[in-house]
Design a protein around this ligand. Structure first.
Ligand code: A3P
Length: 321
């Protein structure tokens, strides 16, 4: 079930022949489309999304690079944005029976995938959608409308460890194992889905500085450290601030707990379910969920190489790890 270039539209097939390509992590190749690396099926969906997705003022776009906390961020945004509809302590809260990716669908893996054009007017409002697409490649309506973007960045060292484990689990057997060295080299050259990571984070980072009402830039590590503080910030940013009454009821703490790694990992839907993004088991989205696991995987040479790359690329941006 490896997505191959045969499954894409004629337009995309023709485009692929003109794009730079590299070896993929779980597809034969990834291609450089509009300055980011991407798998064929996703490029096909992104082309369609770029043509047909018209962001509305009330839309909320949850954006990340893969393995930087997407599942968590989607859960937090869904819980905050819908808390008047679904109380955090309700036994029928959708996050107890659905994976966050099913509640906050990806533009490129779900809504515009498989050459489909969704009828967005049929989705409940506010529209909560996810994407891994870099900011600059989102359609003009995203910039022109009042829609909001919530971005989560994660320490690139931990993100690499997470990607490597994830890809190792999901690669087709016929590809053989992916050594840490080979994966790390691809990562450092920027050839990861939606990467290079530094370009991805810088796009959202600069926009969050220019336009803080448009882009909320969160760090995985900070949210881990103090989820309550960042949930209040998220609620303010989305325009549904936490009320005094909600504070008294412990709504913030309740949401933080419901969305915690420990709780989410143990849910039936996340242990046994599949297909929330594409056709893999949801359990692959929950591994350790900690900060700093990279120390268990990086050699001194790897630390040196990635530190240098990040320093060079983030120099002068005000962003560092
Ligand atoms: P690890 O592989 O380091 O454990 P994404 O959701 O973008 O695919 O990212 C997956 C990473 O987020 C994995 O990291 C996963 O364990 C972690 N994760 C998943 N759910 C989480 C949660 N509720 N809280 C914190 N981390 C979570």
């Amino acid at each position: 079930n490896t997505p191959s270039s045969d499954e894409v539209s004629q337009e995309c097939r023709e485009l692929l022949t003109t794009l730079p390509k590299e070896k993929g992590w779980r597809t034969s190749n990834i291609y450089l489309y509009q300055n980011f690396w991407c798998q064929p099926k996703e490029i096909d969906a992104i082309i369609s999304m770029q043509k047909h997705y018209i962001a509305e003022d009330t839309d909320i776009i949850v954006s990340t690079i893969p393995k930087s906390g997407t599942t968590w961020l989607k859960a937090l945004c869904f819980a905050v944005a819908n808390r008047r509809l679904y109380a955090h302590d309700s036994t029928t809260h959708p996050l107890l029976t659905s994976n966050p990716h099913a509640l906050v669908p990806f533009l490129e893996y779900k809504l515009f995938a498989n050459q489909e054009i969704p009828d967005m007017s049929r989705l409940p409002r506010p529209h909560l959608v996810g994407t891994h697409v870099p900011l600059g490649a989102l359609p003009d309506s995203v910039r022109e409308s009042q829609c909001k973007i919530v971005y989560m960045v994660r320490n690139p060292f931990d993100t690499f460890v997470s990607i490597w484990h994830f890809m190792s689990n999901l690669r087709p057997d016929s590809f053989g194992p992916l050594s840490v060295q080979e994966g790390f080299d691809m990562y450092c050259r920027g050839t990861i889905g939606f990467g290079p990571y530094w370009d991805h984070m810088l796009g959202y980072w600069h926009e969050s500085l220019r336009n803080p009402n448009k882009v909320l830039f969160l760090r995985y590590e900070d949210v881990k450290e103090d989820a309550g503080f960042h949930l209040r910030k998220l609620a303010d940013f989305l325009g549904f601030p936490v009320s005094a009454e909600e504070e008294e009821e412990g709504v913030v703490e309740g949401i933080a707990k419901m969305c915690s790694f420990e709780q989410m990992k143990e849910l039936e839907v996340n242990k046994k379910g599949k297909g929330a993004i594409v056709d893999f088991e949801n359990k692959n989205l929950f591994r350790k969920g900690v900060v700093g696991d990279w120390v268990n995987h990086f050699t001194p040479e790897m630390v040196e190489r990635l530190s240098k790359i990040m320093e060079e690329n983030l120099a002068g941006s005000g962003l560092s790890f």
